[in-house]
Structures are given as structure tokens and as C-alpha cells.
Design a protein around this ligand. Sequence first.
Ligand code: SME
Length: 148
Amino acid sequence: MGKNILNEQLSALIKNEPDNLANMANTSAFLMQFIENINWAGFYRYAKENDELVLGPFQGKIACVHIKNGQGVCGTAFKKQKTQRINNVHKFPGHIACDAESMSEIVIPLGEFGVLDIDSPIENRFSTQNQLMIEELANTFIKTLTKH
Ligand code: SME
């Protein structure tokens, strides 16, 4: 795979900023601005006390706030700690529909921190190549995580 310019830009945007909230906010705005044909991009954070994911900074339409660990595409990605790349969300058992326009979805686990979720109004939007690129972006975000 060639040089990931987007990854370099994201890294420059967040690497010197220690505030996780600010970095989540700017990362979701960055994804929405530079990835074509998406309608939602943002974070869900894992809350251990309730064993659930809770909505974090995002760009897009209003979304569901609480997602049980293991539920929907996000909960599955978190529980399995494995990227979920779904070509047609309507065929995914337990998919949680937040924006009716969403047709395909990619969710990257971020370890104990939570997940990064990106939705598209187009079926089959995310290729394996896109997945690798987005996983690199997620990894750049993980590297900036601080203890507070
Ligand atoms: N569709 C997700 C829920 C989050 S929204 O897409 C923003 C899911 O099934 O986990």
C-alpha cells in the first residue's frame, strides 16, 4: 500500500495535543471532511461499570447513546476486538439503525478505549483497501491516547 497521506495529516493534527476529548472531536471532523461518501463518523467509549459503549464526539445525525457490549455492529467490533466491515447493514443481525440513510458501516476497535464508527449511505462503500487505510488512522488516534 502507498503512503497514506491522510494518516500523515491526521497525525499532524492530533499528535501534539494531549487532550483525548479534543482529539476525538477533531478526528471525527477530519474523517467527515476527507473521506468521501460517508454520513456519520465518530467514537463510542467503553464504560466498564455498565459493560456498554457510550456515545462520544461525532459528526453526523443524532445517534443512540448506549450500546451494550456485543450488541449491533459497534458492540460486536468491541467484544471481538476485530474490525467489522459491513457491506449492507440491513443484513447484519442486531444492527442498530441510527440514521436511516446508513447502508454500509465500518467499525474499528480501539482496545479498552472503545470504537471508531464510520457509516455510509452507499452499499459496499468500504473496500479492504479502505479498511487498511482507516485502521491506520485509528492506530494513529490510539497512539495519541493519554492517561487522563
Ligand atoms: N449502527 C451502529 C450504531 C451506531 S450508529 O451507526 C452511529 C451499530 O449497529 O452498532
